[in-house]
Design a protein around this ligand. Structure first.
Ligand SMILES: NCCCN[C@H]1CC[C@H](NCCCN)CC1
Length: 290
């Protein structure tokens, strides 16, 4: 009954709106306000502190890209860590890799996990994989305790820098990620929109260039329900076996039979992978100058 508009000081002067059929859940966790509604045209929608996190219709773009951009850039990933991502969508994508033996996930807000399991079965299916271990807690602390060189890949599926995810955009966190990665290991983080946050991206790129001595690349994709319709990812590798993010060593769209419970990939393919690193000039100027 009515419209949900995504107003935020993070994107002044604009607000994406979705027509609401029914409010399905409203709650307040220890960290944020949690809302789930049935939209008219994008399926069910999860909102945290007034910011759209996932919509059933277009979540495939974000979850597939944030997962397959890093994991198709290395051979035979075995140990993967997800920071954030409590809705389970990234877990669903990581579990497509038969080479993966261990999937750790550290989500700070248990309500996000519980709400996803209740209202978003196509995302929470990720938790059914026996390789998954869920840790409820702060990703910064989790990484501090992680033994050096543990992971082949870390995926930082965060919300935005206002709220619980703020510290996931800062240097100390990136340093702890680098320590937890093996030589030549890769990290992929949610890295905002080139249309809205070039300044934030500039900060992330310079921090990552100081910390990750392999390669540092920015990629982007379209997600209609995120403000500006675009979202980006920071892809970095540690010193060690070189990683060429723009030319994936692994072709999941052909090689990996799409698992029954997850269905086929709806968005990612190897052409989209390479294309994701092609940037408009205004963004190249800032990002490539680092
Ligand atoms: N597994 C999905 C988690 C969603 N991550 C974030 C949710 C908030 C969204 N704001 C976009 C703000 C403009 N860049 C970015 C992705």
């Amino acid at each position: 009954p009515g419209w949900f508009s995504e107003l935020s000081p993070m994107w002044p002067g604009e607000a994406h709106s979705l027509k609401v059929e029914k409010i399905l859940f409203q709650g307040k966790s220890d960290y944020q306000n949690v809302l789930v509604f049935q939209s008219s045209t994008y399926g069910k929608v999860l909102v945290l502190d007034g910011v759209i996190q996932v919509a059933e219709r277009d979540e495939c773009a974000y979850q597939e890209m944030i997962t397959h951009l890093p994991l198709c850039s290395i051979s035979n990933p075995k140990k993967v860590l997800v920071i954030g991502g409590g809705d389970g969508g990234v877990l669903r994508e990581v579990s497509r890799y038969t080479s993966v033996e261990q999937i750790d996930i550290c989500e700070i807000d248990k309500m996000v996990v519980d709400v996803s399991k209740q209202f978003f079965p196509h995302l929470a299916v990720g938790y059914e994989d026996p390789r998954v271990t869920l840790h409820i807690g702060d990703g910064v602390a989790f990484l501090k305790d992680a033994p050096e060189g543990t992971y082949d890949a870390v995926i930082v599926d965060s919300s935005d820098p206002i709220g619980p995810a703020q510290e996931l955009f800062e240097k100390p966190f990136f340093q702890s990620v680098a320590k937890a990665l093996r030589p030549g290991g890769v990290v992929c983080t949610q890295a905002e929109s080139i249309w809205l946050h070039m300044h934030i991206i500039e900060g992330i790129v310079s921090a990552c260039c100081q910390i990750f001595k392999g390669s540092v690349n920015y990629a982007w994709t379209t997600v209609p329900t995120y403000p500006s319709g675009a979202i980006g990812f920071m892809l970095c590798s540690t010193e060690g076996p070189a990683v060429d993010f723009q030319h994936p060593v692994y072709q999941i769209d052909e090689d990996e039979a799409s698992n029954k419970s997850k269905g086929p990939l709806k968005f990612y393919n190897s052409q989209i992978h390479s294309a994701a690193f092609c940037l408009p000039s205004f963004a190249k100027r800032v990002i490539d100058s680092k």
